[in-house]
Design a protein around this ligand. Structure first.
Ligand SMILES: Nc1ncnc2c1ncn2[C@@H]1O[C@H](COP(=O)(O)OP(=O)(O)OP(=O)(O)O)[C@@H](O)[C@H]1O
Ligand SMILES: [Mg+2]
Length: 233
């Protein structure tokens, strides 16, 4: 069975689609097969993939499909799940009922956040949904919060400093040790030039690659892919 990872934060623009593109690129580079499901009506991921096709920059090992309803995704999973090692589900940046079934299918839900109150609240809503769905289904989906678009300036903000105590101590979910820094390359890849891992290895790209590898190592650890039992939900 494939490992299913979803990106959910009901407060838009947190970095869900970007995070999934990078994670997909990393797994593909390792020779794994990845299906990305675009559930967002604005179809950012599907558009990226067709731009990549035009530029002959689609990554090997990745397939992107657009399915906007739980029913369509369920049918896709029934039909095709066995053909992939990883299924990554991108969800809309708004509160929606589709996230309950998505959590029900997922082994891990990642909530990206920037240091803004609404995105932290969005991540907390997501934790509550994961707990509720897990309880209702007797499921064991884990949850982790990923800090994105971090800069040195952001690190000096009061909210940034509160993220760890809020997420780890108050909410009690997993906080990724790795932060996704604000980097131009993450914007550039949206232009259909393929995955991060396909870009020429400049110093800036190398930093982004290391960051992504480190996130994927944390995901593997959380999911017990190395025989380690993770600490998230
Ligand atoms: N680490 C980063 N550094 C620089 N730019 C970033 C980073 N992460 C995301 N972005 C940019 O921020 C914008 C929003 O990111 P993205 O589309 O990944 O968020 P999202 O959560 O999927 O948004 P939505 O809810 O609208 O689907 C995009 O223009 C993206 O290029
Ligand atoms: Mg998106």
């Amino acid at each position: 069975m494939p490992t299913v990872i979803a990106a959910i934060n009901g407060k838009g623009g947190a970095g869900k689609t970007t995070a999934l593109m990078n994670i997909a690129g990393e797994y593909a580079l390792r020779g794994r097969t990845v299906a990305m499901i675009d559930m967002d009506a604005r179809s950012n991921l599907t558009k990226w993939w067709s731009d990549c096709r035009q530029k002959q920059a689609q990554a090997e090992g990745i397939d992107v499909v657009g399915h906007k309803t739980a029913k369509a995704v369920g049918a896709f999973l029934d039909r095709a799940a066995g053909s992939f090692d990883y299924i990554l589900i991108d969800t809309p940046g708004e509160d929606t009922a589709i996230i309950d079934p998505v959590i029900g299918w997922s082994d891990l839900v990642i909530s990206p956040i920037q240091a803004s109150k609404r995105e932290v609240l969005g991540a907390i809503d997501c934790v509550e949904s994961v707990l509720r769905v897990n309880k209702a289904l007797g499921h064991a989906c884990r949850h982790g919060v990923l800090r994105t678009r971090v800069s040195l300036t952001v690190r000096y903000t009061e909210l940034y400093r509160k993220i760890r105590p809020i997420i780890e101590d108050k909410v009690g979910t997993y906080l990724f040790r790795t932060e996704v820094m604000e980097r131009n390359v993450y914007k550039d890849i949206q232009n259909g030039i393929g995955t991060l891992q396909m870009q020429e290895l400049t110093e800036a790209i190398a930093k982004a690659r290391r960051e992504t590898q480190s996130i994927v190592a944390e995901i593997d650890e959380l999911l017990g892919a190395d025989g380690v039992t993770g600490g998230g939900r």
